[in-house]
Structure formats: C-alpha cells, structure tokens
Write a protein that binds this ligand. Sequence first.
Ligand code: C2E
Ligand code: MG
Ligand code: MG
Ligand code: MG
Length: 281
Amino acid sequence: QADAALYHAKAAGRSDLAVYGSEMGERMAARRALEARVRAALERKEFEIHYQPLVDGVTHGIVGYEALLRLRSDAGDPIPPAIFIPVAEELGLISEIGAWVLRTATAAFAAIEDGCTLSVNLSAVQFEDGALVPTVRAALHESGLPAQRLELEITESLLLGDSRSVEMQIDALKEMGVGIAMDDFGTGFSSLSYLWKYGFDRIKIDRSFVGALDENPERARDIIETTVLLGQRLGMKITAEGVETAEQSALLTQLGCDVLQGYLYGRPGPIADFHRRDFGT
Ligand code: C2E
Ligand code: MG
Ligand code: MG
Ligand code: MG
C-alpha cells in the first residue's frame, strides 16, 4: 500500500510532495492528487480504452477483444488500472466510469462488421447500486451491438457481497443474451459454489498460472488441466490469460483452452490501430 501511494505521487508528477516532511503526509497528498486526477479525467472525458485481442486456441485467428481502461497522469505517464480503479471505487465513481466504458466500447464494436466479441471488465461495486442492468441494456440498445457479442468479466471478489442481488443481476444479464466470464480464476476465493451458483459462461485462468508453466511446469500443468476439466464439466468455455510464448500457447491449447490472450498475440492498443495490426501467427 505504501509503495502504491508513493507510486501515485510519482505517477502524478508530485515527487516534490516530500516537502511535507513525513511519509504519511506525502502518502495522503499523493492519494489526494490521484483522486483529483480520476475526478478530472471523468469530467473532461480523458479516460481511454485500449483493446487486446483474444484468439482462437487452434487457428489463432482473432475472435474478440478485451476492453482495458487507461488513464494518464497530468504529466502524461500511464497510471496502472490496479492503482486507479480502487480509487475510483472508493470515490463512488466506478459505476459512472464503467457506464462510459460500456457505452464507448459497444459503440466502437457495433461498427466492426466481422462479429468479433467485446469483453468488458466489471467492478464488484457496479453490482451495488442497481444501475448495472439498465446501463448494459441501454448501451446495447443505443449502439445496436447484439447482446451475444458482449461478454462481461467479473472477478471472484464480487462474490463476497449480497449474493441474492448479484445472482438476480447476473440472471438478468444472461437473459439479455450477454455472456458472463469469471476473470482471474484461481487468485481469489475460488469457491466451487460460486461457479455453480452464478452459472458463468467462461472461466479466464489467471496469468500467474500460465507464467508458472515456465517455472513449475508439472504443477502448473496439473492445476490448469484440472481447471479446464472442471469448467468443461460445468459447461463453460476456457480462456488462458497472459500467454507470452509459443510453448505456453501450444500446451494451453492441448489442455483444452479454447481462447488465448497475451502479449504473444498482441498488447492492448487503441482501436485506431486495428487495421494496422497483424496478429497472425
Ligand atoms: P484483467 O481483466 O485480468 O486484464 C488483463 C490484464 O493482463 C491487463 O492488465 C493486460 O494488459 C494484462 N496482460 C494481458 N496479456 C498479458 C501478458 O501476456 N503478459 C502480462 N504480463 N500481462 C498481460 P491491465 O490493463 O493493467 O489491467 C489490470 C486490471 O484492471 C484488469 O485485469 C482488470 O481487472 C482491471 N480493469 C481494466 N480495465 C477495467 C475497466 O474498464 N473496469 C474495471 N472495473 N476494471 C478494469
Ligand atoms: Mg478481464
Ligand atoms: Mg484477467
Ligand atoms: Mg488478471
């Protein structure tokens, strides 16, 4: 946390704040600077969305893209989502930011004819105010994007909240035809009952397990294989995140992951780059 706060200070270009004298003061000032940046970016529409390709495990052709939110400091340096999203959540702004992501990304994808899917990350906090389902419905309606082309990604931490309300919202989204994926599988409180209860369409195996294929091949392989079998048995599709090498790719496909995502196939980038990018391998 302290490292993150100091990171904010640097990212916000406020390393001069050390003049406050105490590390605590520096941290609080850095935090306020980051909060101000998040508020300003929302007001002035300075958030951006980058898109990372998702490829078919066998053909390696692009089947979709994941929308990833981007924010820069006043000095122009990228601030990682892992830093600014929790701040947006605490400020009570994540629903508004999330709605902007949904509207912007669905509008962009409705214009792409080839039918590739759009994946959008949701914060658990977006399930708390009752706005999520109407927001998704409106984004689909206004953009004209078919619901079947939208997939929403949720991390396991979501499931700690009021489960009845979450369950009803997920059911409403599924009824619209939207896909639901469990993101970063294996890193949180991976309870089997969650997978069962919320009826996910897809599991995204966290990139830490994919990375572990290099360091601890047998164990990582066993965990991934078991997850794939579990997901398949429950009728889910499987994506592997963080694929960086051809060796990982071949093994993950062999283990049954139908979609792969990672730097091997493309880094997140602006939508304007789509026509210039060659993801073929
Ligand atoms: P995530 O949903 O698990 O997204 C995948 C993350 O892995 C992205 O980080 C992506 O840039 C990174 N990644 C993809 N391929 C590779 C690879 O081959 N190697 C490595 N080392 N990394 C890879 P990013 O963009 O920093 O996003 C971090 C997290 O922030 C996301 O994790 C997601 O949980 C959250 N996030 C991003 N955009 C949004 C958003 O619009 N709303 C919400 N609520 N959360 C978001
Ligand atoms: Mg995700
Ligand atoms: Mg993920
Ligand atoms: Mg992740």
